[in-house]
Design a protein around this ligand. Structure first.
Ligand code: C2E
Ligand code: CA
Ligand code: CA
Length: 652
């Protein structure tokens, strides 16, 4: 006890704390499986060196501060321990730089580069070791502390300073590939080292440095060695983070590579309902196969249903890639085991590489997103960057710019399409539809620009503008007194995933003092496919305020009839393709007929969209649709014309 309470023993206390930290690090390190092979091995060595350094430091401090210890450890043994401690100090510096290089996958290819890393440490270690033989280089004072003779006392630190400079250079160069928490960790690592060295200079004790090493390694174990960040638990291979990191470091170092993404058809669907062990075992079989097939490549599982191979030194255009895709395809057609079932899969692949396809990180991100989308749509043997319709992408960009320009410069306008209600014979609602008139490009259809606006986020601004215009119209015109009961306003999926959607909408309505029954929000079925709790929260919050919802484009694509009853909507809008098809074939008519019956049976209202002829209108009315929208009654029109329309038709 006395040992720990005496101020002169504080060094010992700090040494013990550092050792405890090292023990924690060893436990974390050895309890996890690691993905980064080389990096983790070096980290293991670094831990070992750091632990040994702390053990030596502890013994040395005990020896200095405690007379009893001197009974067990002789003066000469202490000197030896100090020499080992010193050497380990410089080895920490050496392995830190090697570790940093491993993180960034830098392998010094030329001899002089290798020497540049090794020589400073070798020199320092030789100087310190030679002190055992000759007092001219270093000697020990009566307290058992090492004293380096001039000029060695200065030269031994040159190596450490070089390492620090080199490390700063690497961190600056690679800062783009690091997330901010990693940047903090790695900078803290070197700042702690630097402080430790400074403290040693002034206090003549290495204990702060040793403690600093322990703290720094702890930071690293949680950031750079953090397995869940880098290793996918299910497949045991690299995550998207790991893949990005690997690609980015390759790009910065200008090392040739090809990234091959492998889409495994229906993989997510197949394992989606399986127990974790079964799913994980299937993914591991696939990962193991890929690792074995291509040992020099990195294997990743970056997103659901996709594997990726990062293949060094191969061009994306080469035959090697084609053959590889071939081999993998053939193998996936043969069975994998899913519990006691045999399952086979179809795959499609894509290839992107440096230097042919991408040269910068930004370009890589852009192209890889496009490839991912293209790969999800098309099934091709090997989809190459050249297969992407880059012209289409340029077009996307141009329209995107036009939309931004329009939003910023007030070139948007809201049109209104009246909706007819047969039971009253009046146009008691309408749909607000946005129009974009560009000064140079002329009129651009929302069918063209809305998908792009959804991708670049401008849709949020557009929809706020539309809702504000609608509220302003309701508040300032005579529309309501002309019989308009409510307005249908479109929401995009992007709107629906904003956590503040409800506040935004309610805020706008409040500003114009518009009651909830005046607005009905249209959502599309896609929201239901990737339902998230945010969307559900938004919908229930708005519903609790009295707003209602329509399911737009119903009958198109993903209709899920079994979930129909649970959908929190008041109105179903039958998509115009359903309506139009119904008047072209008997079966389509039966489909529409039964859809209407089911929806009515659930007590919901129906809007039939895209009714273009009087004949269609008559039939639809007979089937009992509550509302009809279509060119037969009216096209979308500007506000002024819309008000005239209401006045003319609702009061004649
Ligand atoms: P939507 O929500 O399904 O809107 C109905 C579309 O059908 C409108 O096209 C309308 O002009 C058209 N339409 C109406 N009656 C008929 C008909 O009898 N025959 C035919 N062939 N078409 C008819 P529009 O205005 O070009 O809008 C296209 C899509 O753009 C909309 O489809 C909607 O998804 C989106 N959109 C339009 N305005 C907005 C908006 O303010 N916000 C959001 N998020 N999306 C909007
Ligand atoms: Ca709509
Ligand atoms: Ca629609």
């Amino acid at each position: 006890m006395e040992l720990l309470t005496q101020p002169k023993n504080y060094d010992v206390c700090i040494s013990i704390s550092a050792l405890v930290l090292m023990a924690v690090i060893v436990v974390i390190y050895s309890s996890e499986e690691y993905y980064h092979g080389k990096q983790s091995r070096i980290f293991g060595v670094l831990i070992a060196v750091g632990t040994l350094l702390n053990v030596m430091g502890l013994i040395h401090h005990l020896w200095i501060n405690n007379e009893e210890v001197k009974n067990y450890i002789t003066y000469d043994m202490n000197c030896l321990i100090v020499i080992v401690e010193k050497i380990l100090t410089y080895l920490v510096g050496f392995f830190s730089i090697v570790y940093l290089m491993a993180i960034f996958r830098i392998t010094p290819n030329k001899l002089w580069k290798k020497l540049l890393v090794i020589v400073p440490s070798v020199y320092t270690i030789l100087v310190i070791m030679s002190g055992t033989f000759t007092d001219a280089i270093c000697r020990f004072d009566y307290k058992g502390e090492i004293i380096l003779a001039f000029p060695y006392n200065h030269t031994v630190n040159i190596g450490i300073i070089m390492y620090l400079i080199f490390a700063s250079y690497l961190i600056a160069k690679y800062n783009k590939v690091l997330t901010s928490e990693k940047m903090v960790a790695i900078s803290a690592y070197y700042i702690l080292m630097l402080m430790g060295i400074g403290m040693r200079f002034f206090t003549k004790t290495g204990v702060v440095f040793e403690f600093g090493v322990a703290i720094s390694l702890l930071l690293c174990v949680f950031t750079f060695q953090n397995p869940s960040h880098f290793v996918d638990r299910m497949s045991g291979v690299g995550t998207k983070n790991a893949l990005n990191f690997a690609v980015y470091t390759n790009l910065i170092q200008r090392r040739m590579f090809t990234l091959m993404e492998i889409r495994v058809d229906k993989l997510s669907g197949t394992i989606g309902n399986e127990a974790v062990e079964a799913a994980s075992s299937l993914l591991k079989q696939m990962a193991d196969y890929l690792k074995k097939l291509c040992p020099e490549a990195g294997v990743f599982f970056p997103r659901d249903g996709f594997f990726a191979l990062l293949i060094p030194d191969v061009k994306s255009s080469s035959d090697v890639i084609d053959k590889l895709a071939d081999t993998i395809k053939t193998r996936f057609k043969e069975p994998f085991k899913l519990k006691d079932l045999d399952v086979t899969f179809d795959i499609s692949t894509s290839a992107i590489g440096y230097p042919d396809d991408v040269k910068t990180i930004e370009r890589f991100d852009e192209i890889s997103n496009m490839m991912y989308k293209a790969l999800s749509r098309e099934s091709k043997y090997v989809l190459r960057v050249a297969d992407l319709n880059l012209r289409y992408a340029e077009y996307d960009k141009k329209i995107g710019n036009l939309v931004r320009h329009a939003v910023d410069n007030g070139l948007l306008e809201v049109y209104y399409q009246p909706i007819y209600s047969p039971s009253t014979g009046k146009f008691s609602s309408c749909e607000a539809l946005v129009r974009l008139k560009d000064t140079r490009a002329g009129y651009i259809s929302p069918g063209v620009f809305m998908p792009i606006a959804e991708r670049n986020g401008t849709v949020l601004g557009i929809d706020k503008f539309v809702l504000s215009s609608v509220c302003e119209m309701l508040a300032t015109t005579k529309a309501v007194s002309y019989g308009l009961e409510y307005v249908e306003v479109n929401l995009s999926v992007v709107d629906c995933i904003q956590t503040n959607l409800a506040e935004t909408i309610l805020g706008i309505m409040k500003r114009y003092n518009i009651g909830p029954s005046r607005i009905n929000l249209e959502i599309t079925e896609t929201w239901e496919k990737d339902v998230t709790s945010v969307i559900e929260q938004n919908i229930s919050k708005l519903m609790s305020e009295g707003l209602t919802f329509s399911m737009d484009d119903f009958g198109m694509g993903y209709s899920n009839f079994s979930r129909l009853a649970d959908m929190p909507v008041k109105i179903f809008k039958l998509d115009k393709s359903t309506i139009q098809a119904a008047f072209e074939s008997e079966t389509s008519y039966m489909i529409m007929y039964n859809m209407i019956k089911i929806i009515k049976g659930l007590g919901k209202e129906i809007v039939a969209e895209g009714v273009e002829t009087g004949e269609q209108a008559k039939q639809i009315i007979r089937l009992g649709c509550d509302h009809i929208q279509g060119f037969f009654y009216a096209r979308p029109m500007p506000l002024k014309q819309f008000l005239e329309f209401l006045q003319d038709h609702n009061y004649s």
